[in-house]
Design a protein around this ligand. Structure first.
Ligand SMILES: [Zn+2]
Length: 400
């Protein structure tokens, strides 16, 4: 895999194989893609006249991607860079060892970009680690995807999520939101419910916030230009969060068809994160495996229903959670979407266009004027999404 960090002062001429329109779900014929100042300047078809750059004197970089399919980059709507997905206790110990932590997170970021995932939204950690590494990538000190950081998650004291965020309100909700702005948060993560049980089917930790509190959080966040991602499992938590006007529902295990209709109606996106549950199928305990299998089957059926109802689905892995590796976990999640019965075209749209929209990025469609964030893969992902596991080039339109 070759990572190309686009130089704003160079012009790029890419000979491409089929270009995939992630919205229409079809190929555009082979041609040439021109990049100037980090943006797509033109896409021409074979046999058409060439494009004239605005600054023709600049150095030109020619790349032959004629044997590859070109599409917008993959987006992971839910990760935890502070955790490694292998050993929770070891990851927690690393938080107190800056050198080890830096090595580990650099590795995770590299694994992420190597899989063609060029933007991730982090669900928060108590120490603001994702924020720290977001800045390092942005300043060009580290290779990695664009990171949208939540800093720490909002949670009620003495409830689920102590590693994700500090308990509120130690201070008022308004002071907390101002603190997040001051620290540089890209969005607000709020933990509305506990986690799903691996031992008892359908059981989820209790709801933490009242409808009133959630409405205040959403208002405070939106008036500060931040979106709200809500960790919500159980139908009750999803309905509560959706009615309060959050922007995305994370996890959403055991949500009802009625809740999906509400999400569709309000334009609230759903990030179903199946792989952190499916990964527990490795558990030696038979009862756990039975519960996990049923939980996964239900979630896949609801993904299918969500797609049919027109709910905006984002792809999120919860990478860093037990059993979910950064980068590789994304391919597992895509395969679960395939098992849910979504077509390759639909899966590609969820992974690229919808992800970009959820993160507030002007990516997800390759057309003149948009940032030249793109990947090139071997094979035809519209025929088989397995091709997304064979990323040969990734183009980053920011420094990194
Ligand atoms: Zn999470």
């Amino acid at each position: 895999m070759k990572l190309v960090k686009l130089d704003q002062n160079k012009n790029y001429i890419l000979t491409t194989g089929p270009v995939i329109d992630a919205v229409a779900g079809k190929h555009l014929p082979k041609g040439t893609l021109y990049i100037e100042e980090g943006r797509i300047a033109a896409i021409t078809r074979q046999g058409e006249a060439g494009f004239n750059f605005k600054y023709p004197g600049r150095e030109k970089v020619h790349l032959d991607l004629g044997h590859l399919s070109v599409l917008p980059p993959l987006v992971d709507c839910h990760v935890h860079l502070a955790l490694d997905g292998v050993d929770f206790a070891a990851a927690r110990r690393r938080w107190d060892n800056p050198e080890e932590l830096a090595k580990q997170v650099a590795h995770e970021l590299r694994d992420t970009t190597r899989h063609g995932i060029l933007a991730v939204r982090d669900g928060g950690d108590r120490r603001g680690i994702a924020l720290q590494f977001r800045n390092m990538v942005y300043e060009g000190r580290l290779e990695g995807p664009l990171v949208k950081a939540s800093v720490y998650a909002l949670r009620k004291p003495n409830t689920y999520g102590s590693f994700l965020g500090r308990g509120t309100p130690m201070i008022s909700l308004e002071d907390t939101l101002n603190d997040l702005v001051w620290r540089g948060a890209d969005q607000v993560k709020v933990i509305v419910s506990g986690v799903v049980s691996f031992k008892e089917y359908g059981k989820v930790g209790p709801v933490q916030y009242s409808a009133g509190d959630l409405a205040v959080i959403v208002n405070l966040a939106h008036s500060r230009g931040m979106r709200v991602m809500a960790h919500a499992s159980s139908d009750e938590a999803v309905l509560l969060a959706a009615r309060a006007g959050v922007d995305t529902i994370e996890h959403g295990y055991f949500l009802s068809p009625g809740a999906l209709e509400l999400l569709a109606e309000r334009g609230i996106a759903w990030i179903p994160t199946v792989v952190p549950v499916a990964a527990q199928l490795q558990n030696p305990d038979r009862q756990v495996r039975y519960v996990i299998e049923k939980t996964v089957d239900r979630q896949l059926a609801m993904i299918n229903k969500a797609a049919a109802l027109g709910v905006t689905l984002g792809v999120g892995t919860d990478a860093g959670a037990a059993g979910v590796r950064h980068g590789y976990g994304y391919l597992q999640e895509l395969d679960l979407y395939r098992q849910a019965g979504l077509t390759p075209a639909k899966i590609i749209k969820c992974a690229t266009k919808n992800g970009a929209r959820i993160l507030g990025l002007d990516w997800g469609r390759l057309e003149p004027g948009r940032p030249a964030a793109l990947i090139a893969v071997e094979g035809d992902p519209l025929a088989d999404t397995g091709a997304l596991g064979r990323v040969k080039y990734a183009f980053l339109p920011f420094k990194a």
